[in-house]
Write a protein that binds this ligand. Sequence first.
Ligand code: ADP
Ligand code: ZN
Length: 538
Amino acid sequence: MKSADLSSDARPQQILHEVFGYSAFRGAQADIVDHVVAGGDALVLMPTGGGKSLCYQIPAIARHRSQQGVTVVVSPLIALMHDQVGALEEAGVHAAFLNSSLSGEQAAHVEREMMSGRLVMLYAAPERITNPRFLAQLDSLQERGLLSLFAIDEAHCVSQWGHDFRSEYLALSLLHERYPEVPRIALTATADDLTRADIIERLRLEEARIFISSFDRPNIRYTIVEKDSKPRDQLLRFIQDEHGEDAGVVYCQSRKKVDETADWLVSAGIKALPYHAGLDAAVRQRHQDRFLREDSIVMVATIAFGMGIDKPDVRFVAHLDLPKNIESYYQETGRAGRDGAPADAWMTYGLADVVNQRRMIDESPAGEEFKKGQRGKLDALLALAEATDCRRVRLLAYFGELSSACGNCDNCLVPPATWDGTDAARKLLSCIYRFHQNGGQRFGAGHLIDVLRGKVTDKVTQYGHQSLSTWGIGADLPETQWRAVLRQLIALGHVFTEGEYMTLALADSARAVLKGEVQLLLRVPSVAPKRGKLSRSG
Ligand code: ADP
Ligand code: ZN
């Protein structure tokens, strides 16, 4: 059924206006909708915020209006089901969900609506699909020509390669086996090749047309600044200067840091609320509701906050700590600007972040092979953080997309000054090397930099480090610059840290740097240039 053949009230464009109040489809939406309305299978890869929901909701409505019955939407996120069903009912589309939160009576009511064919969309958790009673109901709908479409949201959950594998998703292949005539649309924001191949194989989507959207989020301005000694002040300045009355999310790694940061922002006059898994469920709910309802709440949160939060006008996402890898960075920053208006992804990052993330991998109970993978992913993120060229080019390249300098990231807007850090790096590495030679003792960053700069401290005297040949060879550079050199050497893997005191040691690769075989082009540490609010014209 081409959309041209549909009765006018079942035309996608008409539904888009009437039901959703939007003027035009975005990106691939129109093609996807047409394909699915016509009964084709589809696999949709679209970034978070790209508008995946309409890709199945509009076909569901169109097919229902053409007497084809009920669409079953499989979703793993109960909170999201509630939100979507609420929004659909509000827009006059008869939708419901079946999950463990319903009473027997409520569930019976939903089932009656479904079996009558009146329901347009039924949202169900994946485990429901294998429930014999539910399958018998689907059989009955199918026999009466009232089973219209299956939509499988968060389809990457079927893959063990993905970040949230759910074994119940494996059973979804039975939809194809049992109802080969019913079209299916699977959707995900996870892009990599392995996951994609897995989804196709496990959900039996070999015949599906694949729609891949660009992962670029052109309205997001990426900025990564170096941490100074007061990162919270950096954050506050960023919020005050650029996002005075805006809604935003600030990610921190620990619950304690979430609490402290939220308190501190409140005392500085920002409407901030904490959110993490250690808070009472009722408190979390209340904070989430306020964030969704009010205009200018700043949610300070661990990564427990975000999955399935659909607030279109989040104007910034800030990171006070380094995320785990580029996928996490992309997912978390992707919660900004879902409405397409300008938004900021801002992160402050420093030496301790690198050290912490490396240590968390080292100390995790996982196997060596897995840790190796994690280290590789962290390295890619560190390279993004240290980059002196376009952030977006690097980000998209990570997802396999080629692009050119974007003009809307910090490095494009104000190209960072670079300096040749090769000599400085060699001085620093030889200083660590001298420590080893001089009694095999290891030291941390603070002492190393004191020795390089030729400071006389108690510790320097205690270990007699004034007599080292490297004492004072770095007096020409300020401490901040030495920290930047060290951070970049750790980021590049030439230096690693060990133990509780985070003492420094040389990696094998340091040798090439020491010999002068590797040139290091480093960012000049700088205070972020002052810049204005985002323009809202676009
Ligand atoms: P995803 O599931 O891909 O993360 P959503 O389906 O939640 O994205 O859509 C993200 C936001 O974009 C929502 O606020 C949605 O209403 C809005 N949106 C989607 N498609 C359109 C469109 N064609 N025009 C305007 N807004 C849209
Ligand atoms: Zn750029």
